[in-house]
Every structure is written in C-alpha cells, then in structure tokens.
Write a new protein. Structure first.
Length: 234
C-alpha cells in the first residue's frame, strides 16, 4: 500500500470516528482532511482560529506562536507537546502537507505493520482474528497488500456461501499455501468450526493462513482461545 493511500484512509477513519463521537467539529475535520500550506505556526493558528472559532488550539499554543520557529521546529514542538492527538493533527495539517504526514506517522501506527507483526507469530494451524469493529479500516485491503508482499494468493469466503464452495476454497488454499479470509461468519458458526477443525487435523502447506473477520462474540470460544487477535484500532 502506497504511503499516500495509507495516510488517506487512516486519517479518514480516525476523523470520521471522531466526528461521530463528537470529538471534532466539521470545520476541524475539514482542515485535517484538506491540508493547507501556511508554512508558519502563527499563520496556522490564525487560520484555525478563523475557520474553527470553537477550537481551543490557538489558546493552547499562544505562548509559542511568536517565537519565530521554522516549520520543522514548529513540527517538532507540536509533536513533543502535551496537545491531544487531534490538536496535533490539526496544527500539522495546516502547517503543510509534509507536516501532516509526519503527524500521521507519529500518532498512528502502520496498519500493515500491525498485521505483519501478528503474521510473524502465526502458523498454518493458528487462525488470525480481526475483530469486526475494524471493518472501516478495510482489513481486506491491508491483508491483500501484505499477501502481495509475501507473493501469496488471498482467497475470500463469506458465511453465506454454500458450504461445499467454502470447503473447496479451503482445500485449495491449504494445498497451495495461500491465505484465506473468512468474513461474515456470524450466521455460519458451524461452518467456521468445521473449517478450523479441518485445518487442525489436516496436513497443510506451511504458508497457509486463515484470517477470520468477525465480532469476537460470534466466534466460538475455543477458536478464539486458539487464535491470534489482531486489532487495527489505535
């Protein structure tokens, strides 16, 4: 996944979530999602004050606004300050697009790196569960990107598919050593249990991995206990 694409969906995810929870105003969200290039901390604060009169950022940084910091120095100060993550992201997004990229890298972990760390602990007979709460983080795209890195195929199955088709995809993936992601298993608990049992009691290629994208409460407890959990939430 390219850095620009990754930054776009990570920021969009967190901003939309903050909007839903009332942590950001629409005006603040707009500035974060549409970075400007003031190249000056004082100009950045002035713009925020103008566009987001309800924001308290300008009051929190007033004591350093007139210190003639360079853009890089201003960025360093913002990231090291006690400001909230969204205040930092707002300021950095208004300073410059490059500063926004720095803020994203500092505040939010790389989703693909999170998954990569989990994969390094996994094995062919240990499923990986991505809780359904992470639906908006588009985990399939992230897993696809990682599978491509490892030069492996990724097959997707959903619980509503006929059992015969699911089993055929599973057998193929286990034999050739590709990855399989099982979605929407809430209504197919028995099928999921059968799939995991097949994995545990069948000789399979070492590169095979089963990904389960579902609410933890929808996954049988014995599968949860024998799986790795991978949350993309910060």
């Amino acid at each position: 996944m390219h850095a620009q694409e990754r930054n776009a969906f990570v920021v969009t995810y967190h901003v939309n979530k903050a909007l839903d929870e009332g942590e950001l105003t629409p005006a603040e969200a707009h500035l974060i999602l549409n970075p400007t290039d003031t190249q000056s901390l004082s100009d950045a604060v002035a713009l925020i004050k103008q566009e987001c009169p309800q924001s308290q950022v300008h009051a929190k940084v007033q004591h350093v606004v007139d210190t003639n910091l360079t853009v890089e120095e201003a960025g360093d100060w913002v990231l090291e300050s006690a400001l909230s993550d969204f205040d930092k992201l707002l300021l950095m997004s208004v300073l410059s697009p490059a500063m926004r990229c720095r803020a994203i890298a500092s505040i939010y972990p790389q989703p693909s790196q999170i998954i990569n760390n989990v994969v390094s602990q996994a094995s062919a007979k240990v499923p990986i569960i991505i809780p359904l709460d992470d639906r908006s983080m588009q985990p399939i795209r992230i897993v696809q990107s990682l599978a491509k890195t490892f030069q492996l195929e990724l097959t997707t199955v959903v619980g509503s598919e006929p059992v015969k088709e699911i089993k055929q995809k599973l057998q193929c993936a286990m034999q050739i050593g590709s990855w399989l992601i099982f979605q929407d298993c809430e209504s197919a608990r028995e099928v999921l249990e059968s799939v995991v049992m097949d994995i545990m009691h069948t000789s399979i290629d070492n590169d095979f991995l089963l990904w389960i994208h579902a609410p933890l409460e929808a996954v049988p407890p014995w599968i949860v206990a024998n799986s790795l959990k991978c949350s993309l939430e910060r």
